[in-house]
Design a protein around this ligand. Structure first.
Ligand SMILES: [Zn+2]
Length: 298
């Protein structure tokens, strides 16, 4: 599940590999992967990839303006200017560059951008569900796109302390609230466990109940995201692998020793995710058995 650190390293590596490459063709084998109609995906043909960047957990591929010589798509109007492909990886999508083109029988392919040098930028998705998507639009429209316009501040580099304090001053549990991209952008089910463990805060504390020094701890804990990017910079070569070496210390380590205090890590299981925490340091020694019980604790 790519979150801010994983998407950041993906964008950096793709930008380094693809900047300047010309698009030869583009297609969307995924039935529902391309969420935009205008401009059509073919509008990127003949353009160059200018950058690959990130907003929150979403990669963005920037394409140059259309050439004036009538080549490529011959697009007119706003679609002739620079275009951007906003990508949402959802839980199982990956955006990767390959030396060779994919077989059209590859059922993981969602959107393919074929480059004139023979390489291919590919949005793939693992598993059977088709959830990952891309939306092509004039670059100027990206910031107005609903998924982008509603984002909270980036979780890394950390927003100013007072902005974070204002954002989380809500009667909501920290775990789901920090994963809400409208509150703060970039954190998902893996890194929220790490951030809360680093901050020594219970996943079931309510944001509005935090004392000033606890908000400060939470703010200080966001560095784990930047630390992860540093690890990826050291360990990942030119190509980001399918499975990243995520430097997680508590997430999904239920039953193992807390790397800080040695207590046995505990977990609460939900339908689609698991919250792992250190009872000794985060919940005052209490082990939360299930959601019903957890609601009683603050
Ligand atoms: Zn501990």
């Amino acid at each position: 599940m790519p979150e801010l650190p994983e998407v950041e390293i993906t964008a950096r590596r793709l930008a380094a590999a693809l900047a300047g490459a010309e698009v030869e063709s583009a297609l969307s084998p995924g039935m529902v992967a391309l969420k935009s109609v205008e401009p059509p995906l073919e509008a990127v043909v003949g353009r160059r990839i200018e950058a690959v960047r990130r907003v929150g957990k979403m990669p963005i591929v920037d394409f140059s303006a259309a050439e004036d010589d009538g080549g490529g798509s011959g697009a007119r109007g706003p679609a002739a200017g620079p275009l951007s492909l906003l990508v949402h990886l959802m839980s199982a999508g990956r955006l990767q560059a390959f030396e060779k083109r994919a077989s059209l029988r590859d059922r993981r392919s969602r959107i393919l951008v074929r480059l004139a040098d023979g390489r291919e930028l590919r949005l793939r998705e693992f598993g059977t569900k088709q959830r990952a998507w891309g939306r092509l639009m004039p670059r100027a429209a990206v910031s107005e796109e609903e998924m982008v316009a509603t984002l909270g501040p980036e979780a890394w580099p950390a927003p100013p302390l007072d902005e974070l304090a204002r954002r989380i001053d809500q009667p909501r549990h920290l775990h789901p609230m920090l994963r809400d991209q409208r509150v703060i952008a970039g954190i998902g089910r893996s890194w929220v466990d790490e951030v809360l463990w680093e901050a020594r805060l219970s996943p079931f504390r309510q944001g509005a109940d935090l004392e000033a020094k606890e908000v400060e701890r939470l703010h200080g804990a966001l560095h784990v995201l930047g630390d992860a990017i540093d690890v990826y910079e050291r360990e990942i070569g030119e190509t980001v692998p399918d499975k990243l070496p995520m430097p997680l210390r508590v997430h999904r380590r239920e039953g193992q020793e807390c790397p800080r205090c040695g207590a046995k890590l505990a977990a609460v299981h939900f339908a689609e995710h698991t919250t792992t925490y250190c009872p000794a340091e985060q919940t005052g020694g209490r082990v939360l058995k299930d959601r019903r019980l957890s609601r009683l604790l603050k």
